[in-house]
Design a protein around this ligand. Structure first.
Ligand SMILES: [Zn+2]
Ligand SMILES: [Zn+2]
Length: 338
């Protein structure tokens, strides 16, 4: 039985805890997930942890069912339960401030050591992403990181059983220059929770071992982009486009942030990279297109940032929406440009 005094706020606290501690191997769910701000969590484990906040102890796994019982309890509290898509067998791995999103993508929430010590610990769960076979690993493994068209050297070291990633001083300088406020705050030991950028690592294609594309994804950039778009529309009320296709999903900061963490900031239609063309003014910028037409179903719908939200440049985005009764798919745009 699920204790009926577990409340919405207890679930939120449990999600926060899972975000920092991850999910133990045996507690991943196979069929259903709790979807919250674009990320998925195992419903039964969330409830087990939420019980700590409601009743002072973790709920034993044998005490209640992970299927209907857990799902409907969470739905009654206003959470969304989604069915796991069978198309992808990869289960996201969360370990401390890291999350491996897919076979080829991992994100790291930056922290003090990212800004002050030119590096970060690679927790055990993330070692495989960096192809690190620790028992037989040399003292040092060389890595190449690409950021905004430039190449930077990095290395992974092993000492006292801990693996650490360090990057060159030149990349550290770029990071400090791009996010001066974060750097200053970390130097002063000021709290910055959730405000510092996410480092997004994407593995290169086969044939390039230990090559990673790096992007900085910043929540405040995302927020500013949304505000910028809305301010522009307010200035031209007569010309404001009709909200018939998902703008409210495209403009939800959590969704947008998650879509960029997953898909990166290059246009899915034409490959355009704002930062490569506009320099720092373009850093982290991309529009996000919601692929499900809303006029077919005006009810609130579940948004899966993996499938439903795609980063596109402003040109491709306008072309996609140019005819309101003939909205293009991303495949159509790609074909048009190939
Ligand atoms: Zn494009
Ligand atoms: Zn769109």
């Amino acid at each position: 039985m699920i204790p009926q005094n577990i409340k919405h706020e207890d679930i939120i606290k449990a999600i926060k805890q899972i975000q920092s501690n991850g999910v133990p191997d045996k507690r991943h769910s196979t069929k259903f997930s709790l979807l919250h701000e674009g990320k998925v969590y195992p419903p039964k484990y969330v409830l087990a942890i939420a019980n700590i906040y409601a009743n002072g102890h973790e709920l034993p796994a044998v005490g209640f069912s992970g299927g209907n019982e857990a799902n409907s309890y969470l739905e009654n509290l206003g959470f969304e339960i989604v069915q796991e898509s069978s198309s992808s067998s990869f289960k996201p791995i969360t370990a401390y401030s890291w999350e491996q999103i897919s076979e080829t993508i991992a994100v790291k929430h930056s922290d003090k050591s990212t800004f002050l010590h030119n590096g970060t610990v690679i927790p055990q769960g993330i070692r495989e992403f960096f192809s690190l076979d620790v028992p037989s690993m040399d003292d040092e493994v060389a890595l190449t990181l690409f950021y905004a068209g430039s190449e930077y050297k990095a290395k992974v070291t092993l000492s006292n059983g801990r693996t650490r990633l360090f990057w060159s001083e030149s990349l550290a300088e770029v990071l400090r220059r791009q996010f001066p406020d974060c750097y200053e705050s970390f130097k002063d030991n000021a709290g910055l929770e959730g405000k510092s950028p996410v480092l997004r690592f994407e593995k290169y294609a086969h044939g390039y071992p230990q090559h990673y594309n790096l992007e900085f994804v910043s929540r405040s950039d995302v927020q500013q982009d949304i505000e910028g778009e809305m301010a522009e529309e307010e200035a031209f009320p007569e010309g404001a486009p009709k909200e018939y296709y998902g703008k409210r999903y495209e403009r939800n900061p959590a969704n947008r942030m998650r879509a960029i963490e997953i898909h990166g900031t290059r246009c899915k239609g034409c490959g355009f990279d704002f930062e490569a063309v506009y320099g720092e003014r373009g850093r982290g910028f991309i529009e996000v297109h919601h692929t499900k037409p809303l006029y077919l179903n005006q009810k609130e719908q579940t948004v899966d940032p993996v499938k439903d939200l795609l980063p596109v440049c402003s040109n491709c985005h306008r072309m996609i929406h140019r005819r309101k009764d003939d909205v293009m798919t991303i495949e159509q745009i790609q074909k048009m440009l190939s």
